[in-house]
Structure formats: structure tokens, C-alpha cells
Design a protein around this ligand. Sequence first.
Ligand code: FAD
Length: 399
Amino acid sequence: MVFAMQQTYDVIIIGAGPAGTSFARVAAHGGLDVLVIDKRKELGSPVRCGEGIGAHWEGKIKLPLHGGAIAYKIDGAKCFAPNGKTLKTQTPETKGYVLERKIFDKYLAIEAARAGAHILPKTIATELVKENGKPAGVKARTFDDEVLEFRAPLVVSAEGMEAKIAREAGFADAVAGLYDTDTCFEYEMANVECEPLIEIWFSNLYAKRGYVWVFPKAKDVANVGVGIGGDLNEHPKERLDKFIKAHPERFKNAEVVEVKAGNIWVGPPLKELVKDNFMVIGTAAHQVDPIHGGGMALAIEAGVIAAETALKAARAKDFSKRALGEYETRWRAAEEGKLAKRLRLRKVLELFTDEDFNRVFELLDEKDLERVLNGDFKPVVSKVLLKRPSLLKVLKALI
Ligand SMILES: Cc1cc2nc3c(=O)[nH]c(=O)nc-3n(C[C@H](O)[C@H](O)[C@H](O)COP(=O)(O)OP(=O)(O)OC[C@H]3O[C@@H](n4cnc5c(N)ncnc54)[C@H](O)[C@@H]3O)c2cc1C
């Protein structure tokens, strides 16, 4: 492919993350001529991820997880209050895996290529090409430093947080504002004892608005990271180092084997997901869980739904906003309600003081935690307010 570069396709996808390669796999399998370009020379690297994914997603994303991409199997989640009190849950929704993203992302790209998609790494999309005011392709700088123009009646932004081409296409809210962005810093560490549980540590001392996570990749290896609400005066590395220092027993033999950092959107999805000849999928479309910043599975799901819509549009030779709108309708029906509840919860949690966290953890049991995670807030809020009516001001947004 690289040696006989064609310049016209049925669809051009910008970004070979989970969203882009999932779209490419389904679209190519359905018979479309697909080009995926990514500015990275090694797909999946550098990793900007805690690498956790729920097992319940496997059915939805229509792809078995590649064995080699699974670092560790997770049996549940354990949440820590600032005073150390814990709540554990082991529902089907909290079972899952911590992945090796470098293997996982490349596996998704290989599956897309096997389905017939053309993949072009180390090639950056620099400009949206328009014809009669509508998207018609992209200009891109290849790894040979050549500037080429690729043409297609459908352009898909799977660009992740950057979303430059999506903004050029008129998706003004694809810009990531500070308030709805978490800045994250993470060490992958060896010699850290772990149970097969995702750990979530709440405390404003270490994670203003967010939390510290310990995601095990083996019984003695973990991603230890922090995400904090966008604040120019705060550096997540300092917060994470403070957390590690405060737990000397746990981390006394720990050795850092990889450093990871990145920003993730924790606000609402884009107001529109399609325009004539253009679709936005995955983190570029702000399809991310506002509580934990998880976006891999949502990105894959959006990629699959969008590709199924694109196949229909191609058969009808109609790439209008109306025809592409089926993706938006299906995706919003599947995910938007749940994500809106999670956003409300995030906005409540960001008002919590450490004292509030401690009090609430004292009052709740594991069943309550499951209810909260499932968006069933009412019985839990009533239980807390019975004992702590002073929390009404903070919790009323959940009722
Ligand atoms: C610190 C951190 C921890 C996280 N932890 C988790 C977690 O534990 N679980 C989870 O599910 N999610 C997690 N996420 C979120 C998750 O990583 C993303 O939601 C997911 O990668 C989204 O996939 P995507 O395909 O939409 O975008 P991405 O994976 O971001 O892929 C976008 C691709 O587009 C390419 N690109 C961008 N612009 C251009 C351009 N102009 N030209 C060419 N290529 C371009 C990029 O190089 C990139 O490869 C985390 C995020 C961060 C930052």
C-alpha cells in the first residue's frame, strides 16, 4: 500500500486509536475502501491510559479481547475514603481487565488491516479539504515528509483529545475546556502488592475533583495514577508523589518501569456528532465516562455504530447529515442517559470535602455503592440525608 499510494477512498479516518480502527474494521469488512492515518509511528504508544476495561463491554464491541492484550483479570473494585475506610463491590459491571494498550491498539489495527483497511502510521492530517463548502478529504504529511491530498466522500474524526480536524469541520465544542478536562499522571510500578481489584482512592489532598487509582497489571505490578480537575496551578505528578509518600509500607520497594501522562475529557458529549460528509467518534466526540475518564470501550462502540451507519449511507450513495444521523441517534439512545447521570454524580463529588467523603463512607454499604455505580441515586441519597441532613445542599442535584 505504502508503495502504491492511492489518493481516493470511500472513507478517510483520522486517528488509529480504538475508535478509528474499530470503525475501519467494520467498514472495510462491509466492503468500503478505507484509509486510516495516524501521526504516531507506533500505534498505541505512548500509552495515555490506566488501561482498565469492564468485561461486560466484550459483547457490545463485537470483538473478543486478544489474550496477549490482557495483562490482568480484575474481580471487582475497592473504593477508599480519605480516612482509609473501604467499600468493595464485585458485581458483573466491576469485573474486567487491565490491558496492555500497546498490544491492544496494535491488535485492533491489525484486525482492521485483515478486514482490508489501509493503515498509514506516522502521517499527520494537517488540513480538512472542502469542496462546495463540504468536507471532501484531508491534506496530510506522510512519514516521507511528503504532503498529499487524500479524497473521500466521508471523513471521520477519531482524533482523540486533539480533534483539530473536527474543529475545522465546524464542531466548535470539540475543543477541551479546562473545567471539563482532567489532567492525569501515572507510573507503572513493579513491586507493588495488589489484589485483583481496581482501587479508587478519594481525597482532596491527592486528587482535587478526581481520584488516585491503582490498577493491577500483575500481582506485583500496577498502574498507579491520578487525575485532577483542570487547574493551571496544580500538577498531578506532585499529587501522585504525595500519595505514594503517604503510603510507605505499600510502595517501599516500588520501581517505576514506565511514566504515562495525558488529559481526558470528563464533560458531556458533543452537541452534534455528524455533519454532511463528516462523523466524529470516540474521545474526539467526548464519548467518555465523566466519573472515571474511561473511554476505550465507548470509543470502540461508537466506531462500530458509526461504521454500520456509513455502510448504509454508502449503499444509498448519501453521506448527508440526515443519512449519517442514524449513528448519532443509536449512540445517544445507548449511552447518553447513563453518561448524563455520571456527569451529575461527578459534579456532586467535586463539591465533597474529605470530611463529606468520610461521613458518606461511614453510612453506606456495598449494596449502596452498587446502586450509585448503576445510577440508582435516590435510595442512597435518602439514606445519607436521614443521618446527615446538612449534606442536602451538596446532594440535591442527585435527587
Ligand atoms: C491518563 C489517562 C488514563 C485513562 N485511563 C483509562 C482507562 O483506564 N480505561 C479507559 O477505558 N479509558 C481510559 N482513558 C481514556 C482512553 O485512553 C481514551 O478514551 C481512548 O483512548 C479513546 O480512544 P480514541 O480512539 O477515541 O482516541 P485515542 O486513543 O486518543 O486515539 C486518537 C488517535 O488519533 C491520532 N491523531 C490525533 N490527531 C491526529 C491528526 N491530526 N493526524 C493523524 N492522527 C491524529 C492520535 O495520534 C491517536 O493515535 C484514560 C485517558 C487518560 C489520559
